[in-house]
Structures are given as C-alpha cells and as structure tokens.
Design a protein around this ligand. Structure first.
Ligand SMILES: [Zn+2]
Length: 841
C-alpha cells in the first residue's frame, strides 16, 4: 500500500487530532528511535531547512514502509534521498557486506541515489554489481575499520580508489561514509559524495547523516535478522522427498545423502544442485587391476583425493528446482556430463576446498557450460561447490549448487550453512565406519538368520551316513583318531577314483545320489593329496562337504549337483587337463573348494532379479550380488571351527587360499567374463611362444596375475561345463537350466508384474535350441577353444561343445522350418479367397 504524498498531507490536515495523537505515539523514543541502540533522539532542531510537518511526514512514511513490509531497499532508498537533500550531497549509495570463499567484500545495492531518483534506476541488479574487496577504496576501508570517515579531499586520501569514477565518468571530490553495524558485524556501508553547497561535508553534516541513518540502520538490521532467521527456520525443517523412482535407484547410503541434500536446498535457495558421489574403494577389484598388471591399460594418473583415492564420480544426482522440479539420478556419469565437465567437482574432490564462483561463464579456471543446459534455457551463473567429508575426513562426494534463487551470488551464510551440514552429515550419516557397518550388519544379520534357519550344518546323525564310526567302532567320530577315520573313508566309504569317472570331462552326476556326490567331493581332496599335506581333520572335511551340499537349496538347476559339477570340472581341468602344473597344492585346494562353494545358497534367480525385487542381498552388495553372497556364505561355513578345512594352515597360507577363493567365486559372475577374455587369450598366445613346456611352466608358475586370470577363466569353463557334456547329458541339463529361468520368468510376471525376456519366458520354450546355439557362439566357444589351444588335454570339452552345437542347430533349424511351413500355409490360406474372386465371372 503506497501512500501518495498528497493523500497523506490531505489526511493529516483533515484529521488534526489524529495527526497529533499518532505522531505522539509513533515517534515516541520507545517506539522508533529508542530501537536504535540508545543513540538518542533525532535532534529535529538541526534540520533548519525542514519544517516540522515535512519531517513528520517523512518519518511517517518510513515507519509505514517498515511496518507494512520489510522492503529494506525501499526504506533505505527513501532515507538516502532525504539525506541528499538535507546535507546537500550530490549522491548517496548503499553497499552490502558479505563473505565469499572466506573473503569479505562490499557490493553495490543502491547506487547513485539523488533527490529526484526513482528506485528502479538505483537498485543494482546482481549481474551489474560493483564489488569492493575490503582492502580497496574508501568503502573497503570503512568496512574494514568499522569507522565513519569524512574525507574532505579525496586527492589527499590514500585509501581512495578512482576505478568507479573511471567506470562511471564521475569525479569524486569528498566523501562521507559510515558502516551499518549489527552488534560487532558490518551489515552494510552507506556513503554520500560531493557536497553541493560547500567545499566538503561539515561535522554538522556528519551528525545529521549519522542520525538519519539510524532509520536505515534499523531497516537493514531487520533485513539482516530476517535473513538469518529464515536460514535458521529452514535449517530446522526436514523435507523428505518421496519420489519412489529416485529412491529405487539409490542405495541406502545414497538415500541418506539424498535426504540431507534435499533438506539443504531449502535454505540454499538455488536453482539447481548436483551431488557427485565418489567411489570410496581404496583397493580396486581384481578384474580392474589385471589390465594394468598385464600392461594392457595405463595405471591411473589422474587427480586423487587427499587420502589417495582415484577421483571417480560413480553417480550424480541432479536436483532441478527451477520451473518444474525434477530429480535425476545418473549412474556412471560421462565425463562431459554438465555437472562434471567444468572440472570444478574434481578440483573440489582433490583439494577439499570450498569454491564459490560468482560469474561462472567468465571463470578462467573452470569451463562451465555456457549454453543453456536444456530447452528451459537455464544457464549457469553462480556456483558454490564443496566437499562432503566424513568423520575420517575422507571426501565422500561433492555438492555443487548453482544460481541462488534471488540472483545474488552465494555468500558466507551459504558457505557456513553448508559447512555445518557437511559436518552433520559426516558425523551421523556418511561415516562409512559406523553407518555403513551398521547397515551391513543389519543385512548380514538377516542373511545369517536365513542361513541358520536353513539348517546347513551337518549334524551328528548325518555324518554317520558318510563316516559310520558308530557302526564300525561304536564311537562318535570325535573319539576316533585320524587313521581310523581314514580307514573308514578311503577303504570303505568313498567311491575311489574310478567308480564315477571323476577324472573325466564327460562325468555326469545324473546317475549319482546327492550323498554319493558328497563322497566324490571328499574323494577329490584325497586325490589332490591335500588332506594329509595340510592336515585337514577328516571329520571336518566330511562335515564341510556335507554342509556345503546342504547349503545349496533344492532348486531346479543351481543346486548341489551344479556346485559339485563345477568342483569336479575344476578337479579334472587341474588333473586330466594338466593345468595343475602351474599351481601349488595349496592353490588347487583353494580352487576346488571355490568350485564347491561357488553357487551356495543360490535362489534360482539371477542378479537382476535380486535388484528388481529389492532383495536385501542387493542392498548389501553393489555388484556381482549373488556371487558375493556365495563367497560370503562359503567363508561363513569355513569360519565355523567344526567345518574349517583350513584350520591347520599357517597365516600366510590361509590368506592365500582366501584370496584365491575371493577371485574365483566372484569370477563366476558372467558379467565379468568379457573383461578377462582378451587377457586370457594373450596368455594362451604367450604359451605358444615357448619352445619347451618346462620353461613355460616355470615361467607361468611365478606369474601371479596370469595365474589368477587363468584360474578365473577356469571357473567360467567349469561353471558352463554342462554345455560340454555328451549330448544325452547336455540335452537334459539344458532343460533344467531353462526350467529355472522359466521359473524366474513366472516370478517376474507375478511378483514384479513385468514381462520376462524370451530366455525366461516359458511361452517361448520352443526357442530354446536357437538360444542355446547363440549362447554357444557368443560365450562358450571362445572359452573351450582357447583352453583346448592352451592344453590339448582339454580338447574333449571343445569337441563335445561343437557336437552339441550341431545338435542344437539341427533342432533350431527343424523348428524354424516348422514355423516357416506354418506361415506359408497361413499365407496360402489368405491368398486362396483372393484367387477365387479373381477367377469368378
Ligand atoms: Zn554356477
């Protein structure tokens, strides 16, 4: 409600009683001037040129403005206009104090206010501010010293800087300037320049100036407090964002980031912000290290975090708050993603600095995208970027804020708020040491309970099925010595090396019971000669094998039979395929054990299904979800004293077998197969360069990385070995694999309400032969071809693979022919009536 001067005058003249009463009340020291830190009453007697009415009228307006809306600029503008008139200054200006990057500065807010100015002309838009650092100019000096100055001649003043004069083609002669304080803090600086009716401002002018400015000061303080208050209230609000789509794409930890940052944006008041999450792994996965060790990839030479991690933003969350609000999650963002392309987040992650950039397009150090980011036309203006640090002072991510909503640059308030938030986050949410552990513990506990429920451990009665000590000696196994146990097992209970063809690539489990497979498994440990060598207590060995067999669920394909088959193929590759020549007995022990455990507790559904169904496993492990679980499950069994076949290894041996099991089991994730293909091929090529086998074996035996790569590929060869079995076996097993896929497809339809892929769609069962041919061509052929090339002893696998391809191809062709015939028949049917019509007269 703006009051016209005439209206006020008229009103006051017509209502003398009101006028008198009102001003008595409003202008009481308590009400107005008393608020100005007891500087005393305005001394009206000094304003000789002003009559009482004029003065009262102006004050009335000011008070009105201050009460109605706290439009600081409007109130101060009016005061400055009035000051110009009273003290005969040519012009007045208001500079606001703020801090950026820890450095204080003063920026023009109201510039060149003259008695006849209009607000719009004097109000400085954020993009055309003149900014004074505190060490520059009279303004800077006033902000620094917090003292009023009255400079009678700028030429004699060392602080004066003429750059604004040069900019505005104006000649400053004398200056009166004062800071506006809030307690000890500078809020603003107000300046009057060039006395128009004298050589300089007098001390009387200075008194008037200061007294009048009490009003401006009050308004500025309210403004400042209001800003602080807003920050404070918003700080207390916890805004939760419930966009399910976004939550689905975030892990539990990332959700904490998300919640926290959604809260911050409320008081940062910016157009956009993005949070880049940094990879926290200090040690890289084996499959990423291999290419460097093999000389195929350059070691990382890019920037690193202060604690030495490679700077990899594995995920960016973009918050778009202008126009239509939106949140985007970008997993594995490309380097030229707009939020990363400037290099600022990387710099912040490297240095740990808070960076506050006022004019982003003009910045020389960082190249921000200058064009609009999208069709909304939005462009980057101001940027505030800061590291997110956990309690261990590791940088876990970088938050970057763009364009404060009010158009002003980010200031000290923003920096302080963000910093305190960062501390809060580091303390509670983003401390991987506590939170992450707690989170993992929660999930681990669930999984552990699940395992206990499944009654994995072999019990007292069950062990008698393999190790019948009661029948033989009338004792429990624990009361027998190793020789007695060995006698029972090797002489009587175990099948021996030949009964079930465990040394053969064509071994089939189809004729065996599950218990016989347990016994075959134990047999393999004896064949490897590791029972005696590594002092595996035989009761423990039996219990371990039995428990592993029980650890597999009774599902269609990924059951104990599959687990055993993989171990048996590993055994055969080592022994019959002669790959053992490169590995120690200890390593062979680890590899066969890895084979046995590699799919333990499989649920008959793949990794993608675990993610889509939000299985706790998917929350626990970021990649190779099931494989990591099989590994943990296997290690969990081995951590039980009664099952720990490694219990008599020394520390170094123990570390080595666990290291190999880690690699071997994770390597069964087919998603990693393509990463190791060429490296394996290179090793095979390398072997062909050696004249005699002996020197090659000597060489490879010492090449740790190469041996690990070969082992990883052996695991794949074992895992897929059903495809290399005689056709009678393969044709049956392929149906089991397919049946399990179809079961997952059914789950996807019923539980997830999604259409399964053709491979998992039982309605497309007829396409199985075609899918098998594709699988052989795309994945399997390479593996067995290369292994046959590597060691000719492995040729039988490749031969059977090729035979199976022929069989599947024949079936696929047969089916295709049938479909084609049906289609042609259909076509003929359709054409018939047309032909008849043609003939008809
Ligand atoms: Zn498997």
């Amino acid at each position: 409600m703006a009051l016209e001067q005439e209206v006020v005058e008229k009103f006051l003249k017509e209502n003398p009683t009101f006028t008198e009463k009102y001003f008595e009340k409003v202008l009481s020291p308590e009400n107005v001037i008393g608020a100005c830190e007891g500087r005393g009453l305005v001394d009206f007697s000094t304003f000789k040129e002003l009559c009482q009415v004029e003065e009262s009228e102006m004050l009335f307006e000011l008070v009105q403005d201050m009460q109605e809306n706290i439009n600081m600029e409007k109130v101060v503008f009016k005061i400055l206009k009035r000051i110009c008139t009273i003290i005969h200054a040519d012009r007045c200006s208001l500079f606001m104090y703020r801090q950026r990057n820890g450095v204080a500065e003063l920026a023009t807010r109201l510039f060149n206010v003259q008695p006849d100015s209009v607000l719009e002309e004097c109000l400085v838009p954020p993009d055309s501010e003149i900014v004074f650092p505190l060490d520059m100019g009279v303004i800077g000096h006033v902000g620094q010293t917090k003292k009023t100055v009255n400079i009678q001649n700028v030429d004699e003043c060392s602080n004066f800087s003429s750059f604004v004069d040069e900019l505005t083609e104006y000649v400053t002669k004398n200056i009166l300037a004062t800071p506006v304080m809030n307690g000890k803090d500078v809020v603003a600086v107000i300046m009057a320049i060039n006395k128009t009716d004298g050589p300089f401002f007098t001390s009387e002018d200075q008194d008037v100036f200061l007294k009048y400015l009490n009003f401006a000061s009050l308004s500025l303080k309210i403004y400042h407090l209001n800003y602080l208050h807003n920050c404070e209230t918003r700080r207390g609000q916890v805004l939760l964002w419930s966009a399910n789509k976004v939550f689905e794409e975030l892990t539990d930890i990332e959700r904490q980031f998300h919640k926290a940052f959604y809260t911050v944006r409320a008081y940062l008041n910016c157009d956009r912000y993005s949070v880049g999450l940094l990879d926290m792994t200090k040690e890289k996965e084996f499959f990423d290290v291999w290419p460097v060790l093999m000389g195929e990839a350059q070691p990382y030479s890019g920037p690193r975090t202060p604690d030495g991690r490679e700077i990899q933003f594995y995920k960016v969350i973009d918050y778009i708050l202008h126009g239509k609000e939106d949140i985007k999650v970008i997993p594995a963002p490309p380097e030229d993603h707009w939020a990363l392309v400037s290099g600022l987040p990387t710099y912040v992650a490297e240095s740990g600095f808070i960076c506050n950039i006022m004019n982003a397009p003009a910045d020389e150090m960082f190249q921000f995208q200058k064009e609009p980011l999208d069709e909304s036309g939005w462009i980057i203006k101001n940027v505030l970027s800061m590291p997110i640090v956990n309690k261990k002072e590791e940088i876990v991510g970088v938050a970057t804020f763009y364009n404060r909503k009010d158009g002003k640059p980010f200031d000290e308030q923003d920096e302080v708020l963000m910093e305190s938030l960062t501390q809060f986050l580091g303390w509670s949410v983003l401390n991987p040491d506590t939170y992450d552990k707690m989170n993992k513990l929660e999930n681990r506990k669930d999984i552990a309970q699940d395992m206990v429920l499944y009654h994995v451990k072999c019990d007292k009665d069950e062990i008698q099925e393999v190790l019948p000590t009661r029948e033989r000696f009338g004792r429990e196994p624990m009361d027998c010595d190793e020789d007695e146990l060995r006698m029972i097992l090797v002489r009587n209970e175990l099948p021996g090396p030949n009964k079930f063809d465990i040394y053969e690539f064509h071994f089939s489990d189809l004729e065996c019971t599950e218990l016989e497979l347990v016994k075959c498994g134990i047999q393999m440990y004896y064949e490897l000669g590791v029972v005696k060598k590594f002092q595996i207590p035989q009761e423990v060995l039996v219990r371990f094998l039995y428990s592993v067999s029980k650890g597999y669920r009774r599902i269609t394909y990924h059951n104990w039979r599959h687990g055993f088959n993989v171990a048996q193929t590993m055994f055969t590759l080592l022994m019959t395929g002669k790959l053992k020549s490169y590995y120690t007995d200890l390593e062979a022990l680890a590899m066969v054990t890895a084979g046995l455990c590699h799919d333990i507790d499989h649920r008959g559904t793949n990794n993608l299904y675990q993610m889509k169904s939000q299985n706790p496993l998917a929350k626990l492990h970021g990649s190779s979800i099931l494989e990591r679980h099989h590994l943990e499950f296997g290690k969990f069994l081995l951590s039980e004293e009664s099952l720990n076949i490694y219990q008599n290894l020394n520390r170094r041996q123990h570390e080595h077998v666990i290291h190999l099991m880690d690699i071997a089991i994770i390597a069964t994730d087919l998603a990693l197969y393509f990463k190791k293909r060429t490296m394996f091929q290179k090793i095979v090529d390398e072997s062909k360069g050696y004249e005699d086998k002996k020197s090659w074996v000597e060489y490879l035996s010492l090449e740790t990385t190469r041996k690990e790569i070969v082992m990883a590929m052996m695991m794949t060869a074992c895992d897929l070995s059903a495809i290399t079995k005689p056709w009678e076996v393969q044709s049956k097993v392929a149906l089991l694999v397919a049946a399990e896929f179809w079961e997952q497809g059914d789950l996807e339809r019923t539980v997830l309400d999604q259409q399964p892929i053709p491979m998992m769609d039982r309605n497309k069962a007829d396409e199985l032969p075609k899918l098998q041919v594709g699988f052989i061509d795309f994945v399997c052929t390479f593996v067995y071809k290369e292994f046959s090339r590597f060691h000719e002893e492995i040729q039988p696998m490749f031969d059977r693979l090729q035979n199976n391809r022929k069989e599947w191809k024949a079936l696929a062709d047969e089916y295709e022919a049938k479909v084609k015939a049906l289609e042609e028949e259909k076509k003929k049917e359709e054409e018939k009536p047309v032909a008849k019509k043609g003939i008809a007269p």
